[in-house]
Structures are given as structure tokens and as C-alpha cells.
Design a protein around this ligand. Structure first.
Ligand code: UDP
Length: 374
């Protein structure tokens, strides 16, 4: 089969590679001038530091198949995400752990004491949390919720937390030990040479032709099948209306030596306009010593307008109704498969994206083998 893949992020690259290995001829286009989508990394020309151009990406997974897959294409360096948070002029560790709790409450609780204390603070009248706010109040109670989650979430998503799904907060652990690892997955790391080098390696296959700076809409229509990893609503010319996304804006800060002394610092207070600052050399501890100057990005979240890059699907109630209409259109469209964060309008992490891309490629190939149109 001759396949067109729209988008050279993880979804498009991984599915394209799998299909190329299965004997198909794959053309992958991306309208940007680089691969890896919003996971793109590049050396900052002024400091030489490897920068996560579209914000911090730390690879973490429990899926052994996906971990083995990324290790095929990059040397995964050990990295543990340890996030700090500024709240009311003080610095805490995230995710909320025993140190955070003791510092916030000016206490020296043991794990059992902290658990009992937080359970007493937590709202016990909320059964199953139906939104982000209820999930926060049920988990940690009023004070911790307002300090660490409410302000940050309003800035990040631009809406009241009561309108957001509880699942967003379920991404974060709550611990009654001093373990401040942001993730609870078994495997965690960052590719030694960055994500774009990893995606370059994935795309390096004789049956793959890559065309950067090319819109899929401008390609000829004679491919046997299209894999679309761009925004789902864009494929249909927004005929049903626009699905809402959040976009991000980054303001670089450059200085001699250290800027903040750690990789990620969240700013949870509503009065501070940015959500977080990422100092990039700390994502590559194996090469930190090589740089005299440092670069950090102050990160701002905003509504995604027509010309902006979509980052996070908002998935409010209206979006879900709209999504259902687009999913119906997608199902009725033969010869096109939608995948990825944008193509399925879902808040997917890198590992889930890769797993789904592999599954999708295998399922498509199997269907074609049996002569079924997909
Ligand atoms: N969050 C928060 N305070 C924080 C960090 C996260 O309220 O200091 C909430 C916020 O709503 C965020 C969500 O938890 O969108 C998920 O956080 P995560 O760090 O997983 O977000 P990502 O790195 O994907 O932007």
C-alpha cells in the first residue's frame, strides 16, 4: 500500500515506521520544519543547551513494550522528574508528599499521622468526584487544594476547575512518604540526544519518505490510505465548529550560571501570570557541566486561536458533544485513520501515544491482509 501520514510527531513517526517495516511505502509530511511535533528538542543557539522547545517532556511508562521500543531508537538516560512549586512566597516539593504536607502545615508528622491529618481535612461528603475541584477537595481538603491546585489549574486551563474532568488531577500522585518522584511509573528517562534525534532514528527507514514544511492538505489525493495525526476538526475543515484547545507561549530567560537551580518550578498562585519555569540544562544532567550560560522558559497558557499551535485538548462538555459529531464523521470516512493527541482529541502522554500508534499500525496491516478496507 502507498500511505500518507500527516504529522511527524510520535504518532505519525511510530505508526509510519511500523507500516514501513511491514512492507508499505510511507510518505510522512509535517507542516513545520522539524520532526517530533511538540516533543521537539533543539540546541539553543545562544547557550548550546538542549531545549524542550514546546515545554518539558519526561518519558515515563509502565508499558514494557513501549519502553523497549524507545530504547531501540535512543539511549534513554535515567531521569527522575522532581518538580518544585512556589506557593505564597515559599518553595515546596511536588507532587504533594510528606515533605510538602509537613512544610505547609508546619508540622513534623510521621507518614501515618500525615495520612490521618489529611484524611480529616479531606471532604468526605463527596462520593465519586464528578470534576477536578471535587477530586481535589476529596483528596486533600480545602487548604491544600486551594494552595497547590486551584490557581495553577485556572491558569493552565482558563476555566473554573469545577468544569474540568477529575481525570486531570488523577494524573498526579499523593504520597505520605518523602518520595518526591512526580511519576509513579516503573520506567522513566530522557533520550540522551533529545526527542527529535529519537524521531529522526524512527523515521530512518528505506520505505519512509519525509517531507517537512508540507501541509497534508496540499498533497496529491492518490494515496491508498491516510493516517491523520493533525487536529481532528481541521481534517473536516471545522465543519461542525472548533474543538477547544489550550496553547502555550514561552518567554526565554538567559543568564550566566544558574537561573532557578532545578528543571521545573511551578507557580501555583493565581496572581503570577505564568504557570511554570523550565530550566533546560537540568533535563540533561549528563551534559550540564558543559554550559557556562543557562536558558529557561517562562510558560504561559492561553486559549488556542485559529493560528496558534494546539497543545492540550480542553474537553469541556460542549467539546465532548462536538467531538461525538466529529467521531461520527471520522467513522464514516473510509481510507483515513485518525490518531494521536490531536487526531483523537485526547490528553495522551508520549507512552500511550506510542502504544496506540503501534496497535493502530498492526490493526491496519491485518485488515489490509484480509482484504478489508479500513
Ligand atoms: N496541577 C496543579 N498544580 C500543579 C501541577 C499540576 O494544579 O502544581 C494540575 C493542573 O490542572 C495540571 C494537571 O494537574 O493541568 C496535570 O499536571 P501535569 O503536571 O501532569 O501536567 P502537564 O505536564 O501534562 O502539563
Amino acid at each position: 500500500m502507498r500511505l500518507l501520514v500527516a504529522g511527524a510527531g510520535f504518532s505519525g513517526a511510530v505508526a509510519g515506521r511500523a507500516l514501513a517495516e511491514l512492507g508499505h511505502d510511507v510518505t510522512i509530511v509535517d507542516e513545520r520544519d522539524h520532526v517530533a511535533g511538540n516533543c521537539h528538542t533543539a540546541r539553543d543557539p545562544e547557550t548550546g543547551v538542549m531545549v524542550h522547545v514546546y515545554g518539558p517532556h519526561i518519558f515515563h511508562t509502565d508499558d514494557r513494550r513501549v519502553w523497549d521500543y524507545v530504547a531501540r531508537f535512543a539511549e534513554m538516560m535515567p531521569y527522575v522528574n522532581r518538580v518544585k512549586a512556589v506557593v505564597g512566597g515559599e518553595v515546596y516539593t511536588l507532587p504533594i508528599n510528606l515533605h510538602t504536607i509537613n512544610q505547609f502545615l508546619r508540622a513534623s508528622f510521621s507518614p501515618a499521622e500525615a495520612r490521618a491529618h489529611v484524611e480529616a481535612l479531606a471532604r468526605d461528603d463527596i462520593g465519586t468526584a464528578s470534576n477536578f475541584e471535587e477530586q481535589g477537595l476529596k483528596l486533600v481538603g480545602e487548604d491544600l487544594y486551594r494552595a497547590f491546585f486551584e490557581g495553577y489549574t485556572r491558569k493552565q486551563w482558563g476555566v473554573e476547575p469545577s468544569r474540568l474532568p477529575a481525570s486531570i488531577l488523577k494524573r498526579l500522585p499523593l504520597r505520605f512518604t518523602y518520595d518526591d518522584n512526580y511519576f509513579f511509573h516503573r520506567h522513566q528517562g530522557i533520550p540522551r540526544d533529545g526527542y527529535s534525534a529519537m524521531v529522526d532514528a524512527i523515521l530512518d527507514h528505506p520505505r519512509i519518505a519525509l517531507q517537512l514544511g508540507t501541509r497534508a492538505e496540499d498533497m496529491p489525493g492518490d494515496f491508498d490510505h491516510v493516517l491523520w495525526t493533525g487536529p481532528l476538526d481541521r481534517y473536516f475543515d471545522h465543519a461542525e465548529g472548533r474543538l477547544a484547545y489550550r496553547t502555550l507561549r514561552f518567554e526565554p530567560i538567559r543568564a550566566e550560571g544558574d537561573i532557578q537551580g532545578t528543571a521545573v518550578m511551578n507557580y501555583c498562585d493565581a496572581e503570577v501570570a505564568h504557570t511554570r519555569i523550565a530550566e533546560h540544562k537540568y533535563f540533561a544532567p549528563w551534559e550540564q557541566a558543559e554550559f557556562a550560560r543557562s536558558v529557561a522558559f517562562r510558560e504561559f497558557s492561553d486559549d488556542c486561536g485559529p493560528g496558534d499551535i494546539p497543545f492540550y485538548p480542553l474537553r469541556l462538555a460542549d467539546d465532548k458533544a462536538l467531538l461525538a459529531r466529529y467521531v461520527a464523521r471520522a467513522r464514516a470516512t473510509k481510507g483515513v485513520t485518525f490518531l494521536g493527541r490531536l487526531g483523537t482529541y485526547a490528553y495522551l502522554d508520549m507512552d500511550v501515544t506510542i502504544g496506540r500508534a503501534l496497535d493502530t499500525a498492526e490493526a491496519l496491516h491485518a485488515a489490509w491482509q484480509q482484504g478489508q478496507p479500513a
